[in-house]
Design a protein around this ligand. Structure first.
Ligand code: LLP
Length: 438
């Protein structure tokens, strides 16, 4: 994050706070989140979209809470001008506890329960993003039951395949999300929503994938949505007011993956696409919304670990690799094991003049795929007791953490103007035992 620096004696600091002190006071592993950096990124998106779309019909940025949500984070991004996209009753509850007005929340999901839909309606959410024809029925019936009119957005599968890994690409045909444009399901859902008195069609939605570095896919998806909107207007007279282009903007994990687009670049590119597509179609521009998660929270956080066992291993083709075990692993960062995701690591407790050697940072879990950093150069004298920092773990780190091997999940420590504070407490073995009913 932007607040990382080194002290005179070589220790890493976040927001001026020495990570040795943070580790001594809060223990490791810990996620260390730079609050001013998070606020700046959130504000950056709000401002970039506000200005890029000022001459069109305006834009809203929804922070995708699945990347990481806690009450403090929800409050901060809300204070900086973002809305929040939730995808479960749990995320919705956190955003509501933070005091975010329902009108600034959306509810996603491909398999919402009736109770999640009811909670959302009662909270007055601004949009429920409907993912299937069956869900049109579900939302209509819950709306009728509660006597509340449901604002519905329809998630459309546009056929675009984008993003870093098959598991996170979401708009090609053969996957579980959305209403297919090609099969006619999307249009059928539009007509069903327009015909249901308890439903109000507030928008069309597309999310094409995640960790996207090339913005080209957004043009294809946006054009497909805007064409559907124009067709609906021509045949029914209803001009759908809003189009959501999803999230998915990539970040730099190691610096070798290409340059991620900045918020102003994303906003300008999308505004240009929307303006040109609407001009071609001869329809007025809709209000636009987007749902970035990773690009707002990912770079704000590093994971702080303590080194334990260090083991040199001889490689088949000659040479050596140093296996550096840390006190966490796939339970606090599943991404390397699940997606082959790449990270880097740096010695955080001291400076070392030792020569760099080929190293692999591994966790403490009982499988060999428990890798934190696949390949990194670390000083040859890295040893037990050293602190290691793994940057850019703010997105899909804590939010996908598990208790594998009954390892308690680490705290999230926010570093801000008021000092260092746990915004999510670390679990203890006592917490895990409390769940076990014997
Ligand atoms: N909107 C929708 C409908 C989504 O499904 C997602 C992510 C987002 C927005 C936010 O995407 P972002 O800006 O964060 O890329 N666990 C995976 C990522 C899964 C993304 C799921 N949907 C990972 O760790 O890479």
């Amino acid at each position: 994050s932007s607040g990382v620096s080194r002290s005179a004696d070589g220790a890493l600091r976040v927001g001026g706070h020495d990570l040795r002190t943070v580790a001594a006071e809060h223990g490791t592993p810990a996620y260390v989140l730079d609050e001013p950096d998070l606020r700046a990124r959130a504000r950056g998106y709000a401002q970039a979209f506000g200005s890029a779309f000022a001459d069109l019909a305006g834009a809203d940025v929804y922070y995708a809470g699945k990347a990481f949500l806690s009450v403090a984070v929800a409050r901060w991004v809300h204070e900086e001008g973002l809305r929040i996209d939730t995808s479960t009753g749990g995320e919705l509850a956190v955003a509501l506890r933070a005091g975010v007005p329902g009108a600034h929340l959306g509810l996603h999901g491909n398999n919402k329960s009736a109770s999640e839909v009811r909670t959302a309606l009662e909270a007055g959410v601004g949009r429920i993003v409907v993912d299937s024809l069956a869900e049109v029925e579900l939302v209509a019936s819950v709306a009728a039951e509660t006597g509340l009119r449901a604002p519905v957005m329809l998630r459309v599968t546009t056929g675009v395949h984008a993003g870093g890994h098959e598991f996170i690409a979401t708009a090609h045909e053969d996957q579980k999300f959305g209403l297919s444009l090609a099969s006619g399901a999307a249009r059928e859902a539009v007509d069903a929503v327009l015909a249901a008195p308890a439903l109000e069609l507030v928008g069309l939605h597309s999310h094409i994938g995640s960790q996207i570095l090339d913005l080209g896919g957004f043009e294809v998806a946006a054009r497909a949505l805007l064409r559907l909107r124009a067709e609906v207007a021509a045949t029914t007279g209803v001009l759908v007011p809003e189009v959501d282009l999803g999230g998915g903007y990539g970040v730099a994990y190691t610096g070798t993956e290409g340059t991620p687009p900045t918020a102003p670049q994303v906003a300008a590119a999308l505004a240009d696409v929307v303006a040109r597509a609407c001009a071609d179609l001869g329809t007025p521009a809709p209000r636009i919304s987007v749902e970035p998660g990773r690009s707002i929270v990912g770079p704000t956080t590093l994971t702080l670990y303590t080194v334990g066992t260090v083991k040199p291993v001889e490689l088949d083709g000659g040479g050596q690799r140093l296996y550096v075990s840390v006190d966490g692993g796939m339970s606090d960062n599943l991404r390397p094991a699940l997606y082959g995701a790449t990270y880097t690591a740096a010695l955080a407790s001291r400076r070392s003049a030792a020569r760099p050697v080929t190293a692999r940072v591994v966790g403490k879990h009982c499988e060999s795929g428990d890798i934190v950093v696949h390949d990194v150069a670390l000083p040859a004298d890295v040893r037990a007791g050293d602190l290691l920092a793994v940057p850019v773990t703010g997105a899909y780190g804590r939010s996908m953490a598990s208790n594998y091997n009954l390892v308690p999940r680490p705290p999230v420590l926010a570093v801000g103007p008021a000092g260092v504070r746990a915004i999510v407490r670390g679990e203890t073995v006592a917490d895990l035992l409390a769940l076990d009913l014997g």
